[in-house]
Ligand binder design. Structure first.
Ligand code: NAD
Length: 508
């Protein structure tokens, strides 16, 4: 195995970071504009690479990869000043006099960003956008599996970026292993939980914090009260985009038993409408990324001997095509229900009701995303409160990714940390607590804080500790007494004026 040494590259980047160059708003904004320029000017090269890697059509490449990242970068450019501002915090009583407190968002340093192959532009570029907006240097390691996109990124991105602060390293396991040996200020990894563990271990050696964007099985629940056409359109779009190779795809559906057949019939009609009766000829339908992934998916299906193929099932290894497939007759013990599918195979399992669906989900690993389809607010609330997942969508699925106010990340086995929008900025910043005091009021502090601990100071210390309770009690009483006195006052005032008025009218 070749010996890679990224130490000197990292040291040089740390030196540049230490100059403070990346902290400036102008640097951050300039780099974000450079990303927009790269994505806009190199759109064709990127689209071609995405087609060669995953047979993505222009629509999906623009919506879910290039256009997505352009919007993300533009959002950060618009909001950079606000994001970078120190956030004032209220003060405790002991610091109130002559003090101010705030959070300062400090860049972390040089960050390693290891990307996955399924959205080879979106994943690595949108995480880089959050990283750069937060004022960090970054080394990108695109996935070698999506080799065409990796090559375009390595060749063309450096033409736009500040090359002392942003680098692209191509490579596979050997290169990533060598990168992971170094002491980074933060590591972002997107991919499987298995490699996630390797990354976490490597980071632990240096106590380096990590953001792990992992996968797992994302369930969807479909209740009996749904408008099936709308629900199936949304599930079909989410499940079969990129031939199901999406981390927040619908992995399986739990459907109320009373509408199981209605749901399946509508799903079949929807797939036929979106990808035609022969999806192999549809320009809108992608391909499996590699023969290895193709074999894995076929193996998963074949490991369920009692499966009933309700739609699809056809495949062609030569073109890495697997048709949009719907299966029933799958049991929770089948491999299809034990492993993340990450392909265009949709098991549909029936449940009695939403309570059974919640129990089913809660017996398994916490998903990256969970979708609930129902018109009943009560059921949506129950899912929100009784299940745990990175995110939850009600009556839609992965479209939540465009919301910059909603962080993107998992929980437990589906990941840790996040990127995108406001929270992404915070994720790649150190939230430094700053308390600033004046040098005044020393007579007061001297009489209370420092040794010797005289009885008078102990009395004051106790009083200070009790003061919040006393103030709360006083406030409660005041909250009761003030309106009471006001009401009495109003009553007395009207009583008197009315009495006076009656007196006057009587005397007339
Ligand atoms: P992958 O094979 O492309 O691996 C991801 C990265 O890890 C690559 O850059 C690769 O070079 C590196 N890598 C692979 N093996 C390694 C090793 N032994 N040591 C060090 N580095 C190694 O991607 P994958 O793992 O097949 O990705 C699919 C998984 O990613 C799915 O589980 C999916 O759900 C998940 N995913 C998650 C997100 C998210 O945002 N949460 C997004 C996309 C994909």
């Amino acid at each position: 195995m070749a010996n890679f040494n990224y130490g000197p590259m990292l040291e040089k980047m740390k030196e540049v970071f230490a100059t403070g160059r990346t902290r400036d708003k102008s640097w951050r904004e300039g780099q974000l504009r450079a990303i927009v320029k790269f994505l806009t000017e190199q759109k064709d090269a990127l689209c071609t690479a995405l087609y060669e890697d995953l047979r993505k059509d222009e629509f999906d490449s623009m919506v879910a990869e290039i256009g997505f990242c352009i919007s993300e970068a533009e959002w950060f450019i618009r909001n950079l000043s606000e994001l970078m501002k120190d956030k004032r915090k209220s003060l405790d009583m002991v610091n109130y006099l002559g003090g101010k407190a705030y959070i300062h968002y400090e860049p972390l340093g040089v960050i390693l960003d290891i990307g996955a192959w399924n959205y080879p532009v979106q994943i690595i570029i949108s995480s880089m956008i959050s990283i750069i907006a937060a004022g960090n240097c970054v080394v990108l390691k695109p996935s070698e599996i999506s080799s065409h996109t990796s090559k375009v990124l390595a060749e063309l991105l450096p033409k736009y970026m500040d090359n002392e602060c942003v680098k692209v390293v191509e490579g596979a396991v050997a290169e990533t292993t060598a990168l992971l040996k170094e002491r980074w200020d933060h590591i972002v990894y997107t991919g499987s939980g298995m490699v996630g563990r390797i990354v976490y271990e490597a980071a632990a050696k240096h106590l380096t914090p990590v953001t792990l964007e992992l996968g797992g099985k994302c369930p969807s629940y479909v209740a009996s009260d749904c408008d099936m056409e709308a629900v199936c359109n949304r599930i079909c779009w989410t499940k079969y985009m990129n031939a199901g190779q999406t981390c927040i795809s619908v992995d399986y559906v739990l459907v109320d038993e009373s509408v199981e057949e209605t749901f399946i019939d509508q799903m079949i009609a929807t797939v036929n409408e979106q990808f035609s009766l022969n999806p192999a000829l549809s320009d809108s339908y992608g391909r499996i990324v590699s023969e290895r992934q193709f074999d894995r998916l076929i193996g998963l299906m074949e490991a369920s001997p009692n499966r009933q193929v309700r739609l699809g099932g056809e495949s062609d290894k030569g073109s890495k095509f697997i048709a949009p497939t719907i299966l029933t007759g799958i049991t929770p013990n089948d491999r299809l229900m034990q492993e993340e599918i990450f392909g265009p195979i949709l098991p549909v399992l029936r449940v009695k009701n939403h309570t059974e669906a919640i129990e089913f989900i809660n017996k398994r690993d916490k998903p990256l995303h969970l979708n609930v389809f129902t018109k009943k607010q009560r059921i949506i609330d129950e899912f929100v409160q009784r299940t745990s997942s990175g995110g939850l969508s009600a009556n839609d699925a992965m479209i939540f990714r465009v919301e910059r106010g909603l962080p993107f990340g998992g929980v437990g086995p589906s990941g840790t940390g996040c990127y995108g929008g406001v929270e992404g900025f915070a994720n790649f910043s150190h939230k430094k607590s700053v308390l600033q005091k004046s040098q005044g009021w020393e007579f007061l502090f001297k009489s209370m804080r420092y040794a010797p601990h005289t009885p008078d100071k102990i009395r004051k210390m106790k009083l200070t500790q009790d003061l919040p309770k006393i103030l709360t009690k006083t406030c409660k009483w005041l909250a009761f007494l003030i309106p009471t006195f006001v009401l009495i006052g109003i009553a007395v005032y009207f009583g008197l004026t009315k009495g006076l008025f009656l007196k006057m009218s009587n005397s007339e």
